[in-house]
Design a protein around this ligand. Structure first.
Ligand SMILES: *Cc1c(COP(=O)(O)O)cnc(C)c1O
Length: 396
């Protein structure tokens, strides 16, 4: 089908929530490359928004998915599921969590985490503790409750009245957080690196204080690792950079390598608040999505992809800092591992994204000043050189 025909059909039949998309439709992919209908090759520096961590068409991943398709896709949670138990075990053995629950998306994983926090205090006979504090400019999802958790008015305004029980405070401002805690507070929920609002990091000192406030006030600490988890930052989970463990953390995006799956991971004390009948999902954790998750975990751990994210990420950031020294229009380079952003002094990020696209590089733009990069974790230093060179040419 011709691109123009696809666009026309989209305009006629698909709800217009995405507006004018980037004018391309991809046919196939391999590693960090994608090809469009005219066989033009692109370098994918977004990985489907941090989803395709293994790159496209990873051989072991595809073989495992095909074998699972041939035997079984879905059975429901009425029965035991081998790949579900195995993936839960693998996540527990490689994180601070003791128990896992599987959902179908990031928003749904966060819903699970929020429900778990609330039920935990109900069962502790402290039903007055229900409020959750999150950060301004956060992103936690698009369902009604996760929109309420998200600290951005643009996602909330059209849908008022919102789910009650959320408060938003400025990132890295410990006094603001202290002032927001009341006897109603049950949890603090945050992203260690805010992805959707432009790669903004929570500082180590701040997080240490947050942990202290949680201990002093009997609050649960929840990390939304939907974007930062699964090796993205050069460690399997971003909290490992901070040496601070949450009571609950959530995963999705890269967990299924493109097959929809989300996870709520929690320490035993918190997780035990969920008892039979308290939560559930029809699709969540089915044999197919868990086989996907199992193989993503296996490849991340055994093919050195987390280490590659750390090494190539460091190289990437150094190259961008060199570029910043040369190109005065760059204001800041920030990130950890392969979650990287460049902030410009002027409103040029949308135009830069377009120019890079024309040169065959897929990157993201946040607002008008930030470019962001989330390449597959198989990206090489040579790929980085090509991107930085293209960016340098455009800026010059
Ligand atoms: C993408 C994202 C979500 C939402 O995930 P969906 O799968 O789109 O529901 C939530 N939190 C963070 C930090 C994300 O990056």
């Amino acid at each position: 089908m011709m691109l123009q025909d696809i666009i026309q059909m989209d305009k006629e039949y698909f709800m217009n929530v995405f507006g004018d998309r980037i004018p391309v439709s991809f046919k196939y992919g391999k590693g960090i490359n994608l090809w469009d209908s005219e066989d033009k090759m692109y370098y994918d520096f977004l990985a489907g928004i941090a989803v395709s961590a293994l790159g496209h068409s990873h051989p072991q991943f595809i073989t495992a998915l095909k074998a699972q398709l041939d035997s079984l896709i879905h059975t429901s949670s009425l029965y035991y599921i081998e790949s579900q138990s195995k993936l839960a075990k693998m996540l527990v053995e490689n994180s601070c969590a003791d128990k896992v629950f599987f959902a179908n998306s990031g928003a749904e994983a966060n819903e699970g985490a929020i429900k778990l926090a609330r039920i935990y205090y109900k069962k502790k006979e402290q039903p007055h503790k229900y409020e959750i504090i999150t950060l301004k400019n956060s992103f936690h999802g698009r369902t009604m409750t996760t929109v309420a958790a998200t600290g951005q008015e643009k996602y909330q305004k059209p849908y008022a009245p919102l789910t009650p029980g959320f408060k938003h405070v400025e990132r890295n401002d410990i006094d603001a957080l202290k002032n927001a805690v009341t006897p109603s507070t049950c949890a603090i929920m945050l992203e260690l690196i805010q992805g959707e609002s432009g790669v903004n990091l929570v500082s180590k000192e701040y997080l240490l204080e947050v942990k202290k406030i949680c201990a002093e006030n009997d609050l649960l600490l929840i990390f939304d690792e939907i974007q930062t988890g699964m090796g993205r930052t050069g460690k399997l989970f971003a909290y490992q950079h901070y040496n601070i463990e949450p009571d609950i953390f959530t995963l999705a995006k890269a967990l299924g390598g493109g097959i929809p799956i989300g996870a709520v991971c929690a320490k035993q004390q918190t997780a035990s608040a969920f008892e039979p009948g308290d939560h559930g999902s029809t699709f969540g954790g089915n044999p197919f999505s868990c086989t996907a998750g199992l193989n993503v975990m296996d490849i991340l751990l055994n093919d050195g992809l987390v280490q590659n994210a750390s090494d190539v990420g460091q190289y990437f950031i150094t190259k961008l800092q060199d570029l910043m020294a040369k190109q005065g229009i760059i204001n800041e380079v920030r990130g950890i591992g392969l979650m990287v952003g460049i902030e410009f002094k002027e409103d040029i990020s949308k135009e830069l994204m377009k120019k890079l696209f024309e040169k065959g590089f897929l990157v993201g733009s946040v607002g008008t000043k930030v470019l962001r990069f989330l390449p597959p974790l198989v990206v090489t230093k040579e790929d980085i050189d090509k991107l930085v060179e293209a960016l340098d040419e455009i800026l010059s």
